[in-house]
Design a protein around this ligand. Sequence first.
Ligand code: PEP
Ligand code: MG
Length: 272
Amino acid sequence: TVQLLANIELPEDIAHAKAGGAGGVGLYRTEFLYMNRASMPDEEEHLAAYLDVVRGLDGIPVTIRTLDLGGDKQVDGGAPVPCPPACNPALGLRAIRLCLRQPDLFLPQLRAILRASAQGPVRIMLPMLCNVEEILATRRIIEQSKQELRREGLPFDDDIPVGGMIEVPAAALAAASFARHLDFFSIGTNDLVQYTLAIDRVDDEVNYLYDPLHPAVLKLIRMVVETGRTQEIPVGMCGEMAGDPRYVRLLLGMGLRELSMQPNSLLEVKAV
Ligand code: PEP
Ligand code: MG
């Protein structure tokens, strides 16, 4: 069976996801919590945003992606997150790198995701992984957060799945070693295409080179799907490619069975 899931960027997007018949949320982007404000959101604010979605989905699963700031996702306005200026932001201290560098940023989010998991099926997804040590370091922080919550008597799902986005060529190439430490993969083609073809996704001058069908990209996708099969871990796709009706047959033929997309694409993809 093929699972069609929704990508959401705000809690209110679940209405569209449900209208499109999504089987769950495959990517809940959480950067909105940091946009246009002068202070950092606290744990309770994170929790409220996650519970809105968990309760709204009424038993169907949500995959919450940890903060993916930096690179193309800069905070405007008050910029509460100290994101050091980088010569090349796409290759800089972004996403999981930033979170591991700044535990005060990461801990409230992880605690809130864990607490939300007591109320319905929740998965954690880590963006921009490039080596196994990042996974191990994150798992240690998750473990530490669980211990704190236990001490405080706050409930959570002890078996919460922790997955990783495959959006850097290194992650696709090393997927077999990543698989030993993750519960699922989700291929982020927006970034995977950018990093494989060395084209900045926000630079209009090189837009013409952006090609999800480039043989190098297809080869990496194929490798990840194959690794998922041999290592028995589920593989989904949540980049824009997954919601493009032109690519659905190809992706199914390559062995993908879980596609997560903007709610607007669900009906058209389902028709294919
Ligand atoms: C991706 O890179 O494919 C992805 C889904 O993440 P984002 O577009 O938020 O970087
Ligand atoms: Mg990405």
